[in-house]
Design a binder for this molecule. Structure first.
Ligand SMILES: NC(=O)c1ccc[n+]([C@@H]2O[C@H](COP(=O)([O-])OP(=O)(O)OC[C@H]3O[C@@H](n4cnc5c(N)ncnc54)[C@H](OP(=O)(O)O)[C@@H]3O)[C@@H](O)[C@H]2O)c1
Length: 214
């Protein structure tokens, strides 16, 4: 069994999710931020990759500005070699944190590291462990390598994309899905559009997995 996996991503018109040097860009407007924080609050865990921790240093908690008495779900970082800095915001005392590695195992207060896979974190194994621990709904917040891998392994149940009305450009700017990408028509990852709604000055799209008829 695996948790219900929701992926959320904010991009510019041209599909970029950060600046060309991978530094964080403010893409969501305030209405979208409120939606994301409510979504976090409804989930049992929030997951990012080590790339996002190193570039954005997110806290991954639910802001009281958006949700009263937030639940602050478990924070999960995919970090094969345990590169998360000791002073990273994901280690703030506001919520428990699980570092999924391939090299270390320990528990110290509300910080835990587990070994899960060889070389890089085995996503299916990790989802199974999370489910056994009571995580029924997981929010994946990025970045591009992690989102690609979840999509490629067919682990995504819902995908939310907020598109802001500006262009970032840049050949090296990360997009929603990085990784190696699809090299043929057959390996393209298909999704079905379920909903589209205006959110302030941007648009929110909701997709679900879809197998097109051949
Ligand atoms: N706009 C948005 O919504 C949004 C949200 C989040 C992030 N971002 C942006 O995304 C960028 C970061 O993306 P990124 O691709 O560099 O980093 P990332 O996707 O956050 O993390 C990727 C890293 O996770 C680790 N990992 C371990 N197991 C993995 C697995 N099974 N599958 C995939 N990754 C695994 C790998 O590092 P190890 O081999 O060391 O484990 C991998 O390099 C930043 O520019 C950030 O600002 C944007």
């Amino acid at each position: 069994m695996k948790p219900f996996v929701i992926v959320n991503c904010a991009m510019s018109i041209d599909g970029k999710i950060a600046f060309p040097d991978r530094k964080q860009a403010k893409i969501s407007n305030d209405e979208d931020m409120a939606r994301v924080h409510k979504l976090r609050d409804e989930c049992d865990a929030v997951l990012v990759g080590i790339g996002t921790v190193l570039s954005d240093n997110p806290k991954l908690t639910v802001k009281e500005k958006y949700v009263q008495n937030p639940s602050n779900p478990l924070r999960v970082v995919l970090d094969s070699n345990f590169r998360t800095p000791r002073d990273a915001e994901v280690f703030s005392g506001d919520a428990p944190t699980l570092i999924a590695t391939t090299c270390r195992e320990f528990k110290q207060g509300n910080i835990e590291a587990i070994k899960c896979g060889e070389g890089k974190v085995d996503l299916k194994k990790l989802l199974d462990i999370l489910y056994q621990r009571g995580v029924k709904k997981l929010l994946v917040e990025g970045g591009e390598t992690v989102i690609w891998e979840f999509l490629k392994q067919n682990l995504v149940d819902e995908l939310y994309v907020f598109i802001a009305p500006f262009v970032i450009g840049g050949r090296t700017s990360p997009t929603m899905a990085g990784g190696e990408g699809a090299f043929s028509q057959e390996s393209i990852i298909h999704m079905k559009l379920e909903d589209a709604q205006r959110v302030g000055d941007g648009i929110l799209l909701k997709f679900v997995p879809h197998s097109p008829k051949t």
